[in-house]
Structures are given as C-alpha cells and as structure tokens.
Unconditional design. Structure first.
Length: 329
C-alpha cells in the first residue's frame, strides 16, 4: 500500500469562484463555494482516468501492477474520492502510455486530442503557420473531404473484424489487411511481446507506422484494426479520413464469449471482474467508435448473416469506388 501525500486541490473552473462581481465583493462566500467545485472536479478527474483506462483496454488490476499504485486507491480515485497528488497522476498516465494532460478534464471536442497531438510534434514554424491559418480561415468554407480508399472495420475484440473482413474482401475482390498482423510482420514480434517490451506507447507508435505504410500502397483494401486503435488520436483520425469506417457492434457477453473461444483474454486474463472491465472498455470507447461512417450490429447473428449485413452496408461505397476506378481508366 502506497502512502499518499496530500495534494493541493484544483477547482474545475476558477471563474466559478472569482469570476462574478459578488465573489470579489464577498471573498468569504467565494471560499464557501470551493469545496463543492473541488468535489465536482475530482468526480470529473476520476471519470477521465476510468475512461482513459478503458480506451487503452487496461483493467484496474493491470494498471495497478504497471503503475505500482494499489488497485484499491485507483478505485477510490475513479469514484471521485481520491485527492491524488500530481506525482501519482503522472505515474498513472505513464502506465497507460498517455500524456499527463490527457487525463485532466478538459475539452469534449473529438478533434481536440488530434490537434494537441499534432501540436506536440510540430516545429515552431509549423505552429506559427497553423495559428495564421486558423485566424485567417475562420470564415472560410469547409474543406472537401477526400474519397475513402478502402473500408476499415473498428470495434472491440470479438466483434468479428478479422472473420467478416476477410469474407468481405473476398466477395468484393479487394485485398484484406489485418493491421496487427502487419505490425507483427514488420517488427518480428507478437503483439503481446511488443506490449511487454515497449508498452502501450511503443505499440501505438508501431501501429501508426504500419498504417502509414499500408496506406502508401494506394490500393483498395479491407482493413481490420485492433480494438484500441481509437485510443491514439492521430492514428484514429487517419483511419477516419482515409477509409469508409464501419463499427462492428455486439453485446458485451458476445464479445467475451468470442474472445474466450479464441483463447485470448488479453489484457484481462485471470481477472475475476473481466466482464465488468470489458463493459468499462466498451463504455469508454463508444463515443469514438460512434464516429464511424456506419455501424453494423452483429448481436445474435450467425457469421453468414453478419457478413450479409456488412456487405449490404458497404455496397454503395464499393460501387462509388469501382465507378471512380473505371473513370480513371
């Protein structure tokens, strides 16, 4: 059990305490409001930690082992009852392979993580140019979205991405690519070995490289992605902008049954609360999965029925792609 030092509490929004005229005139009243707002912030922080953990597919048990922070304390933090120090928060962020600021409650915009990730990698000149573009193009018409070059299947493990993706590719005559297999082939290691050696952050880097190299082929493909690809903003944004994305959905019990049948409970093996953790992961990722171009619910369907539903969903996109190819010829 790690001894936790008290930490300075941060208000959700300082303007709630000091922004109004009455608060400036009555500082005692402003101070009286502070505990309530601190509690709200801690609730939001706990939710953000739980959501980030779910995005990266980590159970509390796994996160506790990697971070060295007790599972009990992580549970307290996620319930909004732990006033965590910045040092422990940094350890949690590092264990999940995410920047510290990503687990601090902030903007709800789905594009904000992408912009922040781009800014981290940009040169001062690029940042200056981006600022000028944003200021100068504030009233400009939106850019026309490029036509997708293929179909990408997203969703939790056990959704049927590999099975249905392979069948779809054979039916429409496109190449099938399983991104995790490409990562393994390029690095000469299994996904489990990569995670053990390089952690989540290292794996996500390799995943992005494999995706960029796959896109460089410039041929129509059906891509089966890993369930956690949505946790890396730049990689997922590249998926959304380059492919017609389809979210394969199922009930949590079906996901779990399929994963068990595959003999793979990574990263929840030997966890008695595996089903609850799976629900947490699904809940955390749902808003990102929902950004897909289309959704196919495979709950209660046989493989043949699910394959037929998927084919029906992507038919218009495939027809447009074939038409463009014929025109270029």
């Amino acid at each position: 059990m790690i001894h936790i030092k008290p930490a300075i509490r941060v208000a959700v929004n300082e303007s709630q305490h000091y922004g109004s005229r009455s608060n400036f005139e009555n500082p005692t009243a402003a101070m009286a409001e502070r505990p309530c707002s601190d509690d709200v912030f801690l609730q939001q922080l706990g939710q953000q930690v739980r959501t980030t953990r779910g995005l990266h597919g980590m159970s509390r048990k796994v996160l506790a082992n990697v971070s060295g922070i007790s599972e009990r304390y992580i549970a307290q933090l996620e319930s909004g009852k732990g006033n965590v120090s910045i040092v422990l928060l940094r350890r949690l962020a590092h264990a999940m392979g995410t920047p510290l600021e990503d687990i601090i409650p902030g903007s709800d915009s789905p594009d904000w993580p992408v912009l922040r990730a781009l800014a981290r990698k940009a040169t001062p000149q690029q940042i200056a140019a981006a600022k000028e573009a944003i200021i100068g193009q504030a009233n400009a018409p939106p850019l026309r979205k490029l036509a997708p070059i293929g179909i990408a299947l997203i969703g939790l493990r056990g959704a049927g991405k590999s099975t249905l993706g392979k069948q779809l590719a054979e039916t429409i005559g496109w190449r099938f690519v399983e991104l995790n297999k490409e990562i393994e082939k390029q690095n000469g290691l299994s996904v489990a070995e990569i995670l053990a050696l390089y952690g989540q952050e290292g794996f996500r880097r390799m995943e992005q490289i494999a995706l960029v190299q796959t896109l460089a082929c410039k041929e129509p493909i059906v891509l089966a992605t890993g369930g956690g690809i949505v946790s890396e903003p730049l990689t997922f944004d590249l998926i959304l902008s380059s492919f017609y994305t389809v979210w394969l959905k199922a009930e949590p019990e079906e996901h779990m049954a399929r994963v068990r049948n595959q003999g793979d409970l990574r990263p929840m093996a030997d966890d008695r609360s595996a089903m609850q953790e799976l629900r947490t992961i699904l809940l955390s990722r749902q808003p990102l999965y929902a950004r897909a171009s289309a959704q196919v619910d495979t709950a209660g369907l046989s493989v043949e029925q699910a394959a037929a539903r998927l084919l029906e969903t992507v038919k218009p996109m495939v027809a447009r792609s074939q038409s463009r190819t014929a025109t270029r010829r």
